[in-house]
Structure formats: C-alpha cells, structure tokens
Design a protein around this ligand. Structure first.
Ligand code: UDP
Ligand code: MG
Length: 325
C-alpha cells in the first residue's frame, strides 16, 4: 500500500524578484529532494511585480507540478501576500519564506524535525544581530522593540522574522483573523500556540535590492503599534487629566494672589508659550485619535486584503488546450 506523505507548503511572497527566484527555486527543490518522506507545494505570490517575476513563475508552473502561484492585480504589500499564501496553502505544515535567500531553505529540515519530533506547533526564526542594517535603522529597530514591549500585551521577539513553519491548526487560526490592517508578527504572537524560537544570522540578499525603505519600515512599525496597543489613547487621557489638574491649581493661585495680595495679572509671554504648548499637545493626540479612526474606517469598509489576477490554474489550462489542439 502506498503510504500517504505529509505535505509541506512553502509560501514565498515575491515583489520584483526576477534575480532571486531562480536561485531560490534551485535551493528549495534541492531540499525537497533530500526530504524524501514529505511532499512539497511551492506557493509563490506575485505581488504586482513590474519585472519578469510572473514570466518566471509561469515557466516554473509549466515544468513543475508542485509549483503554484497567485498573481495579484497590483502591489498589495508583503502582508497581503502572506495572507493569500496562508489562505490558499493546502499543506499539513506551512512555511513562509522570503524569495531573496535571507531565509535559507536548508533550515526547513531542522524546522520540520523540531516541529514533528519535539512536539511544537510552530518553529520560528529570529535574527537579533540585524546584520546589514545601517546604524540609524538599528537604533530605531531597538527602540521600537523596547517601546512595543512596554505598551503592548502581545509579546514581540526582537529580530523576529516572518520565516516560520507552522502546523495546520495554527495556519487556520491565522486565516480566521481577516483584519484588513495586518501586522503578521503581532498576529502570529496573538494566536498563541507552542512556538520554538531559533536564533540565526540572516545572510545578505542573494540578488536584487530590499523593497523596504526607511519610510515603508516606519509605517510598518506604526502599524504594529496601532494594531496591537491602545496605550497611546490611554496616555492621551492621562496627560489631559494632568494638564487639567495643573490648570486648576494655577487658577486658584492666581485668584488667591489677586484677592489677597492685590497682585495684577502679568506674564503674557509665558501665557502665550503655555497656550502654544497645550494646543501642540492637543493636536498631537488628535493626530493619534485620527490614526486609530482611519484604521477603524478601513476595517469597517471590509475591502479585500488582496485581489488575484491569475493563478497557476490558468497556465495549466492553457497547457491542456495546447495539447488538445
Ligand atoms: N515583498 C512583497 N511585497 C512587497 C515588498 C516585499 O511580497 O511589497 C517580498 C519580497 O519580494 C521578499 C520579502 O517580501 O521576498 C521580503 O522583502 P525584502 O527582502 O525586500 O525585505 P527586507 O528583507 O529587506 O526586510
Ligand atoms: Mg530580504
């Protein structure tokens, strides 16, 4: 009797990865060959690439049955790519990996071993050294992890990557979280499950350039705070209360000074500075409320997280038609 093998799905979000994809495919298929007792499915997500990524994926899907792809109608971002992958992967185990070889395919063997033999639900990787980051990005990253640790109850491992292998039950739990403003590192932590963390040093990109510039990363960091902490709102209330108390005390002091000492009210420059300071603080917190409101607005609209334009099925149907002709 033929033994049914376990299926491992490898999800790979790709945005302009024409240079990295051939290297990645060669490496991952090598690993799949070595893991004889498991079947593989490679699910590539073409996130609106403007280069030849889609052409390469179509070629791979034509020659390798294990290759699947979902091509988006435009660039939706890596978060949308990961969600599409998780929603469509069919494996008993599902891994998320970058296409640029910063998540080495060879690690899959160790991860699979740990998840099956050591009883974990998920094996995740973290790279705390932040090799390759500039000094400013390193400082911001370290400060961000300290801040999120302070203000969020969902724990975040410093240097955590999206690279992980999960059991089906964890994948189902994540797919059930259909929120539009996605911050997957928080979502992975939120759903819980028994996770083993492995430290490694992420190597440099095999080819191409990073798709995350400083501004994109800043917005991503902000997303993490807005999605997993409401502390800024509490802070606004506390600071507002403190200012009210100070104002109340100041009013009493001024009344007492005027009535008892007959001191005329003076100090216009200091008053002007105080008005500016207080209105600045008010505007700042109004901005924070606005950010939460805008997230709420987008969430309520229930827009799709991604829109698929074509998949490997289109390519395989074309192939069938060619044969029939
Ligand atoms: N990526 C994506 N959509 C985007 C940006 C990036 O699917 O809008 C993919 C990219 O192709 C890569 C992974 O996400 O496979 C990580 O991106 P990158 O290597 O540029 O980020 P970095 O490692 O520099 O943080
Ligand atoms: Mg990378």
């Amino acid at each position: 009797m033929k033994q049914i093998k376990e299926l491992i799905s490898i999800i790979v979000p790709c945005y302009n990865e024409e240079d990295s994809l051939p290297i990645f495919y060669e490496e991952i298929t090598k690993i799949a060959k070595e893991m004889k007792n498991q079947d593989f499915e490679f699910l590539f997500i073409n996130d609106g690439s403007k280069d030849n990524t889609l052409t390469i994926l179509k070629d791979l899907a034509r020659k390798d049955e294990r290759v699947r792809f979902i091509s988006f109608s435009r660039n939706f971002g890596k978060e949308g790519g990961m969600y599409a992958g998780l929603e469509n992967a069919t494996g008993d185990y599902v891994a998320i990996m970058d296409a640029d070889m910063q998540d080495p395919p060879s690690m899959i063997k160790t991860m699979y071993h740990d998840i099956t033999k050591e009883g974990f639900d998920c094996v995740a990787l973290y790279s705390p050294s932040h090799k390759g980051y500039g000094i400013i990005r390193k400082i911001f990253t370290n400060c961000w992890y300290k801040l999120i640790g302070l203000i969020s109850s969902t724990s975040q491992v410093p240097g955590a990557r999206d690279f992980r292998l999960m059991k089906r039950k964890m994948v189902d739990a994540i797919v059930n979280m259909r929120e539009y403003n996605r911050y997957s590192k928080g979502i992975f932590s939120f759903v819980g499950f028994n996770t083993k963390w492995i430290e490694y040093e992420a190597p440099d990109r095999a080819a191409g350039t990073s798709k995350f510039n400083f501004w994109k990363l800043f917005k991503y960091a902000l997303e993490g705070i807005l999605a997993f902490s409401t502390t800024p709102l509490v802070l606004a209330a506390i600071i507002g209360l403190i200012f009210c108390l100070i104002a109340f005390i100041a009013i009493i002091v001024i009344i007492v000074k005027t009535l008892i000492l007959g001191d005329p009210v003076g100090g216009w420059p200091s008053l002007a500075c105080m008005i500016m300071f207080v209105s600045g603080v008010q505007l700042f917190f109004l901005g924070i409320f606005g950010m939460y409101m805008s997230k709420l607005y987008l969430e309520v609209k229930k827009r799709p997280i991604y829109i698929s334009s074509e998949t490997e099925k289109n390519v395989r149907e074309d192939k069938k038609e060619e044969k029939n002709d």
